[in-house]
Design a binder for this molecule. Structure first.
Ligand code: DQA
Length: 151
């Protein structure tokens, strides 16, 4: 990497139960594991000269703290808050601390499922949302966020 090029870091946050990907309702979420998704993202990041930091938690407060910790350290955030998408004002409030592009992502199309999944607490404060593309959505989100932080 050239010395003049700024270091860029994108944080990817995975919410509750996403650590069970591969085993969890594969008809909806696919057979790819979270490790495989993270590896793909990190490899893609290397080619783009971007550091990818990944984080998964089943605990709302830990996700809030990770978002707080990203202040001033990351240039972009990709987040699948999983079930907290539909309930968490705390995660929404934490995201409002960040002044960087935020992409909300879901493996499944949350608008095609049960009505309680149709509402996202963060859709109106995220820069963009990707929903229903399965694991391809993560590559799409990375490509989009890299474009956003490079322009
Ligand atoms: C999800 C959709 C949520 O409704 C669900 O609770 C998840 C995963 C998705 O990626 O499709 O855990 O965010």
């Amino acid at each position: 990497m050239s010395k003049l090029k700024k270091l860029r870091k994108v944080l990817v946050i995975h919410g509750p139960n996403l650590n069970m990907l591969g085993k969890r309702e594969p008809a909806i979420y696919g057979k790819t594991t979270l490790n495989e998704i993270n590896k793909k993202l990190k490899n893609a990041g290397k080619n783009l000269e971007i550091t990818i930091d990944t984080f998964q938690s089943n605990h709302e407060g830990e996700i809030v703290e990770k978002i707080q910790d990203a202040m001033g350290k990351c240039q972009g955030l990709i987040i699948n808050p999983a079930a907290y998408t539909h309930t968490s004002i705390a995660i929404r409030d934490a995201l409002l601390l960040l002044n960087i592009p935020i992409i909300e992502i879901h493996l499944s199309n949350i608008y095609k499922r049960e009505s309680f999944r149709n509402k996202s607490m963060i859709a109106d404060i995220a820069t963009a949302q990707i929903s229903g593309f399965g694991i391809l959505g993560y590559s799409m989100a990375l490509e989009a966020i890299v474009t956003m932080i490079s322009t």
